[in-house]
Design a binder for this molecule. Structure first.
Ligand SMILES: Cc1cc2nc3c(=O)[nH]c(=O)nc-3n(C[C@H](O)[C@H](O)[C@H](O)COP(=O)(O)OP(=O)(O)OC[C@H]3O[C@@H](n4cnc5c(N)ncnc54)[C@H](O)[C@@H]3O)c2cc1C
Length: 389
């Protein structure tokens, strides 16, 4: 195929990384073509509504949070926010527990009221003294000791990654907070909110503000690179795929999702379980660490969106080994996988006029605010290098 078009920047991937870098470059006068092989924009953060108008996340729940003023200020140009609390239970040993571990969890464990002082003393006796945890098992044993590690972390992690916590980086489990107060929020960041009308609307607003960005959905990189002559490529897809997997595929973990819509009548019958009229389960997310259950979590996003509707959507998430036919949802956070990635990273460093950004191209489990920051920084560098148009 002959190149039939010219553009300044060809950007592969219409997720957070690709669209943010495109918007920034376009605001400096550069023409950008963004392609994505999927039929929709937004990458894994894409959202939509069911027939009753209930918004959900088809690729699994995406809880936006950040401590970055720059990221929040930048994204706020394209969306209002619905500030929210992300709340999680862990269902194991036949009951729900408050999660992440906090004073309420400890009281549930004791079966009576307690205090921060008592919980801290209890933890001090159980924590295993490991100053520099080398893996996720050590990270949690050092924070809460063996009982809570086995109750909440070991089974969930094994199911999610099909690797033992001792074979995963310490950061995987260590990023989950542990508190000795009644603060039961799932996350620690200062700003926790969802785009008021969803991620898809945020991205549509970003494109509407960027007439120099053209989006082509259902177009693969292989087709795009011959179709559009370009001065610079920004690649946000999987780095091993870019290099034809010449050193073998990198390990990924994949997922399968089941989304169920529930009407008002079903929800009336569920009140005894959810404890809240109009909801299917008591909190946003329920974790299932037990090996007897095939899924890892059920998510009812309506708890976090604030939508006032009498029906709901519940998403069940099933972990899955990755094959080339699956979405590579998670890079594997483990030393052997990082070693394998570094061989591709060395090739990437030698590519001219090409940037590799985002979760798949840098093979790191980054959150949405982190990839947004990465895209803003990369755009700054490119504008420094190429100037404004
Ligand atoms: C199940 C799950 C839950 C998550 N939950 C959270 C959360 O709660 N909070 C949070 O902050 N983050 C969360 N994340 C992480 C979040 O999804 C990422 O930070 C973010 O989506 C990364 O954006 P990206 O643009 O780098 O990649 P992506 O969103 O993966 O976008 C890359 C795009 O490139 C396209 N592409 C790839 N290769 C090609 C090719 N060869 N040709 C054409 N197109 C191509 C893909 O189709 C994709 O649309 C979660 C991720 C998953 C998988």
């Amino acid at each position: 195929m002959q190149a039939d078009h010219h553009t300044d920047f060809l950007i592969v991937g219409a997720g957070f990384s690709g669209l943010v870098v495109a918007e920034r470059l376009a605001s400096h006068g550069w023409n950008c073509v963004v392609v994505d092989r999927r039929p929709h924009l937004g990458g894994n953060a894409w959202d939509r509504s069911d027939a009753a108008g209930v918004r959900f996340h088809p690729y699994g729940p995406h809880y936006f949070r950040t401590n970055s003023h720059r990221v929040r200020e930048y994204l706020s140009r394209f969306t209002d926010w619905h500030e929210t609390r992300y709340t999680v239970n862990s269902h194991t040993h036949g009951r729900d527990w408050s999660f992440p571990v906090n004073l309420i969890t400890f009281e549930q464990y004791l079966g009576r009221p307690s205090t921060t002082d008592e919980f801290e003393a209890w933890l001090a006796q159980r924590r295993i003294p490991i100053t520099h945890p080398a893996n996720s098992e050590e990270a949690i044993l050092a924070k809460v000791g063996r009982e809570f590690y086995e109750l909440f972390y070991e089974g969930y992690t094994l199911k999610q990654w099909r690797r033992h916590p001792r074979d995963l980086d310490a950061s995987v489990c260590a990023r989950i907070p542990i508190r000795t107060t009644r603060d039961d929020r799932y996350l620690d960041e200062s700003f926790q909110a969802l785009p008021a009308n969803g991620y898809t609307t945020l991205f549509e607003n970003l494109l509407a503000a960027s007439p120099r960005v053209t989006l082509h959905l259902g177009v693969d990189f292989d087709e795009a690179k011959v179709r559009w002559k370009h001065r610079h490529l920004v690649f946000t897809g999987a780095i091993d795929e870019y290099f034809g997997r010449r050193f073998g595929p990198l390990p990924y973990r994949s997922l399968r999702f089941e989304h169920e819509s529930h009407d008002a009548e079903t929800l009336r019958q569920r009140v005894a379980i959810s404890g809240k009229p109009g909801f299917w389960q008591p909190v946003l997310q329920v974790n299932h660490p037990d090996p007897s259950v095939a899924w890892t979590r059920t998510v009812e996003l309506k708890h976090a969106t604030g939508q006032q509707l009498d029906s709901t959507v519940v998403t069940r998430e099933f972990p899955k080994d990755w094959t080339p036919d699956d979405e590579p949802f998670y890079p594997v956070p483990a030393p052997d996988a990082r070693e394998a990635y570094l061989r591709y990273a060395r090739l990437a460093a030698e590519e001219s006029n090409t940037s590799f950004i985002g979760r798949l191209a840098t093979y790191r489990y980054y959150n949405m605010d982190q990839v947004t920051a990465m895209a803003l920084n990369e755009a700054d560098k490119l504008i420094d290098h190429y100037g404004s148009h």
